[in-house]
Design a protein around this ligand. Structure first.
Ligand code: ADP
Length: 318
């Protein structure tokens, strides 16, 4: 018996999950979620949950793959075994190899790769939960992870897909729509420089449908781009706040230090005065001592003289 097809879209353009034709699913970014990666991003796009981690720029192995004038952007897209309703084999399949390749090609134009010759920038993408449009969500998260790693980029990469449901062009297909729809158009774009870096087509699009799809995709990626920028800004404004707090905390004991310093400074003249007095005393002391010594010597001399004269006197007397 043939499987009954769910109604994907009504004549009024309302989709099976209640969205309108050009509505996006809810998108959330968390930047810098991994401690050991140079940069990372967790994206939640509808029911998709995808983690992107960036390692490098670092030495490339095997060395023969190194390029003398630029870095290799090496992408690895994987779906974990529990990411889909039926257990997926952990071995990488043709689809994962294809997506890894197209993602690395989509990221390359955004990165100033000539800054890191003979090295590699590894981008690992783990799809933890898949729900359609995972490659577009993956490229969007990967570009944020690259930015989080501090890799110089000319722009962020933003992806989104459009598709056809019962002859109507719609934005951002979920898994049900992807499987039962009539076509899927994954798209990635550099919104600032206006460059298309990924465009695939699964199904047949007429020129009119294609144009309609692009007219939906470009404003949508611009909206997502703003969310990416906000996610980065949030992370770095949080860091700035933390740094300011730490500096404040550090400056507080410094204040006491500085007050001690100022006390020391205040105390310094007193010390100096005391030192001066002490020096004066010292300088006086030897003088006194000298005087005393002189007096004592004189007295001694006198005594000696007295002693010397006294026998003479005695003799004279005699
Ligand atoms: P994208 O995720 O970019 O739309 P595809 O069009 O190839 O890529 O896949 C559409 C959806 O099909 C995926 O997001 C996922 O939900 C589902 N899917 C992909 N591979 C498998 C698989 N091996 N088993 C079950 N579902 C899968």
């Amino acid at each position: 018996m043939a499987k009954e097809k769910t109604e994907l879209i009504t004549k009024d353009g309302i989709r099976h999950d209640g969205r309108k034709k050009n509505d996006l699913r809810e998108i959330k970014f968390e930047v810098g979620v991994l401690d050991r990666a140079e940069g990372s991003c967790l994206i939640t796009w509808g029911r998709n949950k995808i983690l992107a981690a960036v390692y490098g720029p670092r030495e490339l192995h095997p060395k023969h793959m190194a390029m003398p004038d630029k870095a290799l952007i090496r992408c690895e897209y994987r779906m974990v075994t529990f990411s889909v309703p039926e257990r997926k084999s952990p071995a990488p399949k043709r689809r994962e190899r294809e997506i890894s390749k197209i993602l690395s090609e989509a990221l390359k134009p955004a990165v100033f790769d000539y800054l890191y010759p003979r090295s590699v920038i590894d981008v690992f993408i783990e799809v933890i939960q898949a729900d359609g449009g995972s490659r577009c969500a993956a490229v969007t998260a990967a570009s944020l992870a690259l930015a989080d790693a501090g890799i110089p980029m000319k722009d962020l990469v933003t992806g989104c897909a459009a598709g056809i449901l019962d002859g109507q062009v719609v934005l951002d297909l979920d898994d049900v729509e992807d499987k039962d729809g009539d076509g899927d158009l994954p798209f990635a774009y550099l919104p600032h420089t206006d460059e298309v870096v990924l465009l695939q087509s699964d199904g047949v699009f007429t020129p009119k449908e294609y144009k309609e799809a692009l007219d939906m995709l470009i404003p949508a990626v611009k909206k997502i781009y703003q969310m990416q920028r906000d996610a980065l800004t949030n992370k770095y404004s949080r860091i700035t706040e933390e740094v300011i707090e730490t500096l404040d905390e550090e400056s507080e004991p410094k204040k006491t230090e500085s007050s001690t310093e100022s006390n020391e400074k205040k105390a310094e003249p007193v010390k100096k005065e005391t030192k001066k007095k002490a020096d004066e005393k010292k300088s006086k002391e030897p003088a006194d001592e000298k005087a005393e010594k002189k007096t004592s010597k004189k007295t001694e001399k006198k005594t000696v003289d007295k002693k010397k004269t006294s026998p003479k006197e005695k003799a004279e007397k005699k």
